[in-house]
Design a protein around this ligand. Structure first.
Ligand code: G3P
Ligand code: CA
Length: 298
């Protein structure tokens, strides 16, 4: 009776001896393993190091000084936070109020850009940064080198900011590779993708909601239904190869925030995530390259 062929015996030919057939099968198996599709990319792209709110370990977060320092120190990208000001401009600040970073309690959404920019948003961090201002998005984007770098723009408010965001980003269409939009707000992320389809958009999510681990498959489905490009997840997710594989299998990009622990950074880089958002991109790069654990800001 004729032996049933395994998939890799189909190509063997009659004139080969049994031993030669076995060798050929082994070679074919190796070739198949080398060319077989994998769950996620085999391309060993270096992990993108994203300076969280600029080089916020050293300079005041979300200021032009923090972005300039990040570019100067070789960060691959900068992250920043966005709100819509009272006069309809896109401004760069993390909180809904200016109290924490400027010492005066103004609500960003109901304050004019001129009033926001009259505040000192630097000296809370260090006297060396006295009179740093709250930048508009356009002022922050101007810091980005023409030939490298990328901004991850986090929408902190809702979809109402998207028309103003589009007005700022549309003239940068040919620099699409230097931009990404991120948000915890699904409506804001989905509206951005709808109005600016050429900009990559990633959905932010922490690993736990009210103390309970979130459902990754549901999050993946949500991102895909909204046409988003990927996920940007907190360090509190249960990071495993299987978890990263599920995101990759769905065809989504994968970033992680905020990673300041060198041991975790090495683990995540080995898992093949696309990028790590960190307060100290120099320390993290050193840790990833040399296995050294430097102190923050050095
Ligand atoms: O990059 C995402 C991360 O910045 C989200 O947290 O509070 O720092 O804006 P938060
Ligand atoms: Ca942020």
């Amino acid at each position: 009776m004729r032996e049933k062929n395994t998939p890799f015996q189909c190509g063997t030919v009659g004139f080969l001896s049994k031993g030669s057939e076995r060798s050929l099968s082994a070679i074919l198996l190796i070739l198949a393993a080398m060319t077989a599709p994998t769950l996620y990319s085999d391309e060993k792209k270096p992990v993108e190091l994203i300076a969280h709110r600029g080089y916020s370990a050293v300079a005041p977060e979300n200021t032009v000084a923090a972005f300039h320092l990040a570019w100067e120190k070789g960060a691959d990208a900068c992250e920043l936070d966005l709100y819509l000001s009272g006069d309809g401009r896109v401004v760069v600040i993390h909180d809904a109020s200016t109290l924490r970073t400027a010492g005066v309690d103004l609500k960003v959404a109901s304050t004019s850009t001129a009033d926001l920019q009259s505040l000192d948003a630097g000296s809370w961090k260090s006297p060396a940064y006295v009179n740093e201002r709250i930048p508009t998005l356009a002022q922050a984007l101007e810091t980005m080198p023409g030939d490298r770098g990328r901004f991850f723009l986090e929408i902190k408010c809702g979809p109402e900011v998207v028309p103003a965001l589009k007005a700022v980003l549309d003239p940068m269409r040919e620099r699409a590779g230097q931009l990404a939009v991120i948000s915890f707000n699904l409506a804001a992320a989905a509206e951005t993708k709808k109005m600016l389809p050429w900009v990559p958009v990633y959905l932010l999510a922490s690993g736990k909601s009210k103390g309970v681990t979130r459902n990754l498959d549901a999050l993946i489905a949500t991102a895909r239904e909204a046409g988003l490009d990927g996920l940007d997840l907190g360090t509190d997710w249960p990071w495993t190869e299987e978890m990263v594989g599920r995101v990759r299998q769905a065809g989504l990009g994968l970033y992680v925030w905020t990673v300041n622990d060198p041991v975790l950074a090495r683990k995540l880089a080995a898992l093949g995530v696309d990028g790590l958002t960190t307060d100290d991109p120099v320390a993290l790069r050193t840790a990833l390259q040399d296995g050294v654990i430097p102190s923050a800001g050095n």
